[in-house]
Design a protein around this ligand. Structure first.
Ligand SMILES: [Zn+2]
Length: 115
């Protein structure tokens, strides 16, 4: 994902990080992933995180910058961040990508949890 456009120490991501009281934030605006609290390398090393933001990049492409931003904000105001259908789609897709990756290391269950 070398061609993925990132903006580290983004002021917008910094504000979002403060509001969300999060350690690290990635926030897509248009076709750029704005980062705060994480370097580009840290972001790219996290396959699930990258896959999640790639869904948002695709959503922006599908709807266009302002229409998507508007839909996203309306949806967030209506049902909140977690239930926001664009977030649900990104979470589910990121999960699928990680589980489908043959290099993904699935931690074995602890002995006592195995049947
Ligand atoms: Zn998201």
């Amino acid at each position: 994902m070398q061609n993925l456009r990132t903006w580290t120490r983004s002021p917008l991501a910094f504000i979002a990080r403060r509001v969300l009281k999060a350690q690290r934030v990635a926030m897509v605006i248009g076709q750029t992933v704005h980062l705060s609290g994480a370097t580009r390398e840290q972001f790219l090393a996290d396959a699930e995180w990258v896959a999640h933001e790639q869904v948002h990049l695709r959503q922006y492409k599908e709807f266009g910058l302002l229409p998507f931003l508007w839909k996203y904000l309306v949806e967030s105001a209506r049902v909140g961040y977690y239930q926001n259908k664009y977030e649900v789609e990104a979470r589910e897709e990121a999960r699928r990508v990680v589980l489908a990756d043959p290099n993904h290391v699935l931690r074995p269950l602890p002995r006592h949890a195995q049947s």
